[in-house]
Design a protein around this ligand. Structure first.
Ligand code: PSU
Ligand code: MN
Length: 392
């Protein structure tokens, strides 16, 4: 009787144990990962995350939809899998089906999508709202999903006058605490570029310019600010990323500035004048907080009669191409390392992180299974000893 009862009892106990351990972790994981992205991640192929505030708040319809589709296509044509990250009906989506992308772009232009940065995430999900994810929330969701490379147009920064208003984008703090590489066309001159670079240094972010000595300024290739570091090409950027994330296992991010292609560069004076005007208009209209960046972007677009929009579209596609190359080089470096030892070390790190962050990364289940197995073996042995004691 005892010998027959024991295995099933042990198995049940093991299941319960795993279940109890997984429960708090699983309930913290609210990601819906698109099957194409899931497959690419499982096969350790290159994946590029894309943000969605640019779709909901950065461009008018239908330019936003067309651009989002074209950017995904650029990523695919470079051999990587795109994962547009957005919140639909309170669900954090990692990769959108084309109908979802279309719906999201329409909802955005109808004003039904919230701008969601890290602080807004829980509220938007709890209310089953739609959310365009900014660089900060896209980074953290990409990381939870196991994606290391993320492409955007421009990042937030220290606003002009930020030394007294303290209007510093959450993007900069996120870069300091989330191990993801972000590709952007640099820092827009609606922001205070030197102070933004200072703040990134404080946060310990690796800031690199790709193939140039100067950190780019979004609409223009030069900013007048020397780049803190230079990556000669995508392969070198990937090598730095691999070293930071996989070998040194730093928990901070990287920012790669890719200058806008020369042929798409907006005339500097036109943009500069529009920016001055937009800043004055924002002040006169009393715009502040989360509305500042979308307001300035829209106003610069109006003042340049769409020339800034054309530049914006050109640069984000260019970023997508470089980002896909970086992601591909990174995948190759990881595959070259890719012995089981590296994987196991990753799993151990991810498991440790999951306990503090609340995600369920791949491999944790296996580790928990082994743990549960060891625990049930111990219980089993204790029972045997007790039985022997009684019998004796
Ligand atoms: N800069 C751009 N285009 C954008 C944004 C910034 O050139 O679309 C968006 C990004 O989503 C970025 C966010 O993460 O604005 C920053 O907003 P804030 O400055 O409120 O942190
Ligand atoms: Mn702000």
């Amino acid at each position: 009787f005892a010998t027959r009862a024991r295995p099933s009892g042990t198995l049940e106990m093991q299941r319960t144990f795993v279940g109890l351990l997984l429960l708090p972790l699983a309930s913290g994981s609210e990601l819906r990962i698109h099957p194409d992205v899931q497959r690419a991640l499982a096969e350790r192929r290159a994946v590029v995350a894309l943000e969605s505030t640019i779709i909901s708040h950065g461009m008018p319809y239908p330019d936003n939809l067309r651009t989002a589709r074209e950017v995904e296509e650029v990523v695919r044509s470079c051999g990587a899998t795109p994962a547009t990250i957005a919140i639909l009906d309170g669900v954090c989506c990692i990769g959108l089906a084309d109908e979802e992308l279309e719906r999201f772009a329409q909802l955005g232009s109808a004003g039904e999508v919230r701008k969601v940065s890290r602080r807004d995430l829980a509220h938007a999900v709890a209310r089953n709202a739609h959310g365009g994810t900014t660089v900060s929330s896209t980074m953290l969701l990409a990381h939870k999903a196991g994606i290391a490379v993320f492409v955007t147009g421009g990042i937030g920064g220290v606003h002009r006058g930020g030394e007294s208003s303290m209007d510093v984008s959450a993007d900069l703090v996120e870069l300091g605490r989330t191990p993801v590489l972000v590709v952007s066309a640099g820092i827009k001159s609606i922001l205070d570029i030197p102070r933004t670079l200072e703040y990134l240094e404080t946060q310990g972010v690796a800031v690199l310019a790709l193939g140039t000595e100067e950190f780019p300024a979004f609409f223009t290739r030069s900013s007048g600010c020397a780049a803190p570091m230079v990556a000669a090409d995508a392969a070198e950027a990937a090598a730095v990323c691999h070293t930071q994330l996989d070998r040194l296992r730093l928990q901070s991010g990287l920012l790669v500035g890719v200058p806008i292609p020369a042929e798409a560069e907006a005339e500097a004076e036109v943009v500069q004048l529009a920016i001055q005007q937009a800043l004055a208009d924002a002040e006169a209209a009393g715009v502040g907080g989360r509305d500042t960046t979308p307001y300035l972007l829209r106003r610069v677009g109006e003042l340049t009669q769409g020339r800034s929009l054309a530049a914006n579209i050109a640069l984000i596609k260019n970023n997508a191409r470089h980002g896909a190359q970086i992601a591909s080089s990174l995948a190759a470096l990881r595959a070259a390392d890719g012995g089981d030892e590296a994987d196991e070390a990753d799993e151990a790190d991810e498991a440790a992180e999951a306990t503090s962050e609340g995600a369920v990364p791949a491999g944790v289940e296996g580790a928990l299974g082994r743990l549960a197995g060891a625990a049930s073996d111990a219980v089993h042995r204790a029972r045997e000893l007790a039985a022997e004691a009684v019998a004796g």
